[in-house]
Design a protein around this ligand. Structure first.
Ligand SMILES: O=P(O)(O)OC[C@H]1O[C@H](OP(=O)(O)OP(=O)(O)O)[C@H](O)[C@@H]1O
Ligand SMILES: O=c1cc[nH]c(=O)[nH]1
Ligand SMILES: [Mg+2]
Length: 217
């Protein structure tokens, strides 16, 4: 399985990620969402380099130009609700993509233990298509695993790109076990070392859904 960690090279991406993490900046909700969207835009651009391309002739006002354009458009899928700004970033660039949505949330049994509930899925057929699964946080990796399981009821994608802002080391190990190695690529902004007792990523960024949209009860 190919794992691409944006933290390992220097670019503007790191500026966006540092603002996303920064407790003194992330409270500016519109900036937080927009920074996550910008991460999605950069990741979409990088993933676009891996697509198949073919040449097309374009009529300019003066003559004909030949340009290479993608031969296939991906299906961009996200996990509600924290995935929405990342998803928006992807479709800002993949503007011809199909879209899929899955809801997943942690239902706490007690302070430290929870089950993940999937209740909603809206997706096109996925057979033979390139699937991009977006979620800003890969903590245990279970939401991503269960969302993928739910999406498989819509067909087998030809390739799966998992895109997340911050992953834990544990989630990366989990993803390696439960996704098909030969056709999965993971793109993440950083791989953090730990999970705390509530299975939050440390240092992480806090609660991505709440930072985007406010607390839920
Ligand atoms: O890897 P995991 O351990 O499954 O945790 C990651 C999940 O947690 C967050 O969503 P959350 O459950 O907080 O829902 P929300 O988007 O409604 O805030 C995040 O967006 C992931 O979906
Ligand atoms: O660190 C984490 C883990 C799960 N969900 C979040 O929003 N943050
Ligand atoms: Mg949340």
């Amino acid at each position: 399985m190919k794992i691409i960690n944006f933290n390992q090279s220097n670019s503007l991406f790191n500026q966006f990620l540092s603002e996303i993490r920064d407790v003194h900046i992330q409270g500016d909700r519109i900036r937080f969402r927009r920074n996550i969207e910008r991460v999605g835009e950069i990741m979409a651009y990088e993933i676009s380099r891996t697509l198949p391309y073919h040449p097309v002739s374009v009529q300019t006002p003066l003559a004909t130009a030949v340009e290479n354009v993608p031969s296939e458009q991906p299906v961009v899928a996200t996990i509600l609700r924290a995935g929405l700004p990342l998803h928006q970033g992807f479709i800002n660039y993949f503007d011809h993509a199909e879209n899929a949505f899955v809801s997943a949330y942690r239902k706490y049994i007690n302070e430290d233990n929870f089950d993940i509930h999937i209740e909603y899925i809206a997706s096109p057929r996925l057979d033979g298509k390139i699937l991009i699964l977006t979620d800003p946080m890969l903590a245990t990796g279970s939401s991503m695993e269960l969302a993928y399981e739910a999406l498989l009821t819509k067909g087998e994608p030809s390739h799966i790109h998992i895109a997340s802002v911050i992953a834990s080391r544990q989630a990366i190990e989990h993803i390696k076990k439960v996704f098909p190695t030969e056709k999965t690529t993971v793109w993440c902004g950083a791989i953090d070392p730990e999970l705390n007792a509530h299975s939050y990523i440390v240092p992480g960024l806090g609660d991505a859904g709440d930072l985007c949209y406010g607390e839920k009860e």
